[in-house]
Design a protein around this ligand. Structure first.
Ligand SMILES: Cc1cc2nc3c(=O)[nH]c(=O)nc-3n(C[C@H](O)[C@H](O)[C@H](O)COP(=O)(O)OP(=O)(O)OC[C@H]3O[C@@H](n4cnc5c(N)ncnc54)[C@H](O)[C@@H]3O)c2cc1C
Length: 186
């Protein structure tokens, strides 16, 4: 794995160097960030005792080489498992999988051997990490680098395999709520 622990922040010529937002400003910041509409994924890792969590920080990075990134809070159970396994899988949820988005974001969900109870999955061929049946798309990744991202880690993944169902609509997340694609009017 490449050394992905850069000592500095990106250089931004002429950028305003005011400090990070105070605690009382964070709610407003969340509101601003929430106006960026995203899809929803469930990140998974592990073979024998896999873990999963809902994440919308998934982003494509590069096509050549094929790279993606996800930002995972350091306290998440999945975080250290990905670092141990050096691999993870991404299932992009379909419009009718809102219940799975909620399940894997719920701190009170079953853990251990019961975390994937009643969730239909297939082990990924390259990583063994569970891939959720019915997902719009899925990717299997090896962990290429880990960067400091404040209270999150930025996990850069090298895509080992990917696939999907182009006939299925994705689930969306926007302004704190789950949404479906509206039919095009043009
Ligand atoms: C739309 C959406 C998008 C999101 N996107 C992201 C994202 O991009 N990145 C991100 O990091 N988070 C994201 N989250 C938040 C994330 O899905 C939740 O914080 C999720 O609960 C993380 O699961 P966890 O078990 O890994 O961590 P937590 O639920 O926060 O648990 C933290 C620690 O406590 C332990 N623990 C907690 N509850 C129990 C329990 N009942 N029994 C035993 N142990 C327990 C866990 O094992 C873990 O070690 C998103 C949530 C939503 C709704």
């Amino acid at each position: 794995m490449a050394d992905g622990s850069p000592d500095g922040r990106p250089h931004s010529a002429g950028a305003d160097q005011t400090p990070a937002p105070r605690a009382e400003d964070r709610r407003e910041l969340r509101g601003v960030l929430g106006s960026f509409a995203t899809g929803i994924t469930v990140l998974t890792a592990g073979r024998e005792l896999p873990r999963g969590m809902t994440a919308n920080s998934f982003t494509s990075v590069s096509l050549d080489p094929p790279l993606v990134l996800v930002c995972v809070v350091r306290t998440a159970a999945l975080h250290d498992l990905v670092l141990d396994e050096k691999a993870f899988a991404v299932s992009v949820l379909s419009a009718d999988q809102e219940h799975l988005a909620r399940r894997f974001a719920d701190r009170g969900r079953p853990r251990g051997a019961r975390e994937f109870e009643a969730v239909d999955t297939e082990p990924g061929r390259r990583t063994g990490a569970p891939i959720l049946s019915g997902a719009v798309a899925w990717l299997e990744c090896s962990l290429e680098a880990v960067y400091d991202g404040g209270d999150h880690s930025i996990l850069l993944g090298s895509v080992l395999d990917a696939g999907g169902d182009p006939g299925t609509d994705a689930l969306l997340f926007y302004r704190g709520g789950f949404h479906r694609l509206a039919p095009s009017t043009v």
